[in-house]
Ligand binder design. Structure first.
Ligand SMILES: *[C@@H]1O[C@H](CO)[C@@H](O)[C@H](O)[C@H]1NC(C)=O
Ligand SMILES: *[C@@H]1O[C@H](CO)[C@@H](O)[C@H](O)[C@H]1NC(C)=O
Ligand SMILES: *[C@@H]1O[C@H](CO)[C@@H](O)[C@H](O)[C@H]1NC(C)=O
Ligand SMILES: *[C@@H]1O[C@H](CO)[C@@H](O)[C@H](O)[C@H]1NC(C)=O
Length: 388
């Protein structure tokens, strides 16, 4: 009897030990999806839209007033919605997305509708700056745009900027990738393979320019890496960007996807059109050194920490920019929940991150019986750089 009790206690503690070893994750899964589906108004609407389960992917995230806004780049021809939302108290498992600001604006039927979004940012006033400027799949003839939507007025359009062809060619792969907002300015990673750069948009004058430098190109020696069983074979240029706090000047960080380097430049340089587009730009760019692997997105918080994904490691890194990049640490490596760490948002003391295996999604599609997309979160007790 005693022996049996002893054995029972032993196996019970083994279960406890294993449970804690399996889950020492610092990140918590907030939402997870096998595939993306929507709050269709009717079965007819769903079938006439030509919805194909498993052909949509979430890639961008920003949060405002308890609503999570999600960008869904139209990578597969059947994908119908490119900007959507869920309430922050949505179900953890497979919550249905609602198109934002409306079904009509997501219909893609005319060039007034939103066509293909990868990223957006939301400023302090609740204006969402939307990059409708992913023109790499040839699934729209509409010119790339930067659209400003007022989240305190049902997503009403308050500004609409048509991206000029000479800055980003609509028929030759224009790709505005990620955005940070600095007052009236936005700094955007322009991943266009023929002409990468930092795309600066100035809201007040509704004008834009592009800063170009060799640091914004991928490093030919860092092209190959593997993630989720897919071998990357193509060079990819400036992608992840971050803006940190500062007294008078603020520092903007950028990294090409196929590179280990992080570079930086002052926001005062980017704001000055003649210097930003001049031939001496290289003198104002700092090479901060290298990190542990190739990355997609990054984001700076109010405590000068940059969080960044490390694609080949299924990991998230953290660098305090007051110290050398070499001191950056790995917050978590997790082969289950950190598959292709893509896009970050910080809201109410938590860092949110979308992980989406997007290269596998693009190349071979997904298995709908598995969990393919997650939003995971980590307590940071900090705020977004927007609130510096
Ligand atoms: C680990 O446990 C926490 C708390 O129970 C939970 O919120 C989280 O989702 C778990 N993480 C994973 C990866 O299962
Ligand atoms: C998608 O969601 C609708 C409700 O909006 C539901 O009727 C339909 O069955 C769902 N389809 C799939 C494949 O989950
Ligand atoms: C888009 O389609 C046009 C016409 O079919 C073709 O000439 C062009 O190369 C395509 N562009 C891309 C980026 O695939
Ligand atoms: C941009 O920089 C140049 C050179 O330092 C300076 O002369 C000019 O006033 C600046 N322009 C603006 C708008 O600050």
């Amino acid at each position: 009897m005693l022996i049996r009790l002893f054995c029972a206690v032993l196996s019970y503690s083994a279960v406890l030990l294993r449970a804690s070893a399996d889950n020492n994750s610092k990140f918590e899964v907030a939402y997870e999806w096998n595939y993306i589906n929507y709050t269709w108004p009717s079965a007819e609407a769903m079938s006439s839209a030509g919805y194909v389960p498993g052909e949509d992917v979430i890639a961008g995230i920003k949060i405002y007033k308890n609503v999570i806004y999600l960008a869904l780049p139209r990578i597969k021809p059947s994908s119908r919605v490119t900007l959507a939302s869920i309430p922050i108290d949505a179900n953890k498992e497979n919550p249905l997305l609602s198109p934002f600001p409306s079904w009509e604006m997501n219909s893609g039927s005319t060039c007034d509708a939103i066509q293909n979004v990868l990223s957006m940012e939301i400023d302090k006033d609740g204006i969402m700056w939307v990059l409708d400027a992913r023109r790499v799949d040839n699934n729209t003839d509409c010119p790339p745009k930067i659209i400003l939507l007022d989240l305190n007025d049902k997503g009403k359009i308050v500004n609409d900027f048509l991206v000029p062809d000479e800055l980003c060619p609509r028929n030759r792969g224009c790709f505005l990738n990620d955005i940070v907002v600095d007052g009236d300015y936005a700094y955007i990673s322009d991943t266009t393979s023929s002409d990468p750069g930092i795309f600066v948009y100035h809201r007040d004058s509704n004008s834009a320019w592009k800063a170009r430098d060799k640091s914004m190109f991928g490093d030919p020696n860092a092209v190959r890496f593997e993630a989720q069983g897919v071998e990357n074979e193509k060079a990819s240029h400036i992608n992840g960007i971050a803006l940190c706090c500062g007294e008078t000047e603020r520092t903007f960080f950028f990294m090409p996807q196929t590179s280990l380097h992080v570079f930086s430049i002052s926001n005062s340089i980017l704001k000055n059109r003649s210097i930003a587009t001049g031939s001496n730009l290289h003198n104002f760019i700092t090479d901060e050194g290298t990190k542990q692997g190739q990355s997609g997105g990054m984001m700076c918080d109010t405590a000068s920490n940059i969080y960044y994904g490390i694609l080949p490691l299924n990991a998230v890194g953290k660098w305090n920019i007051k110290k050398p990049l070499l001191t950056a640490e790995i917050v978590e490596k997790n082969d289950e929940i950190i598959r292709w760490p893509d896009s970050f948002s910080i809201y109410k003391d938590y860092l949110y991150l979308i992980t989406n295996s997007i290269s596998k999604f693009s190349k071979s599609g997904i298995d709908k019986s598995e969990i393919n997309f997650r939003i995971i979160k980590l307590k940071t007790d900090t705020r977004s750089y927007i609130y510096c």
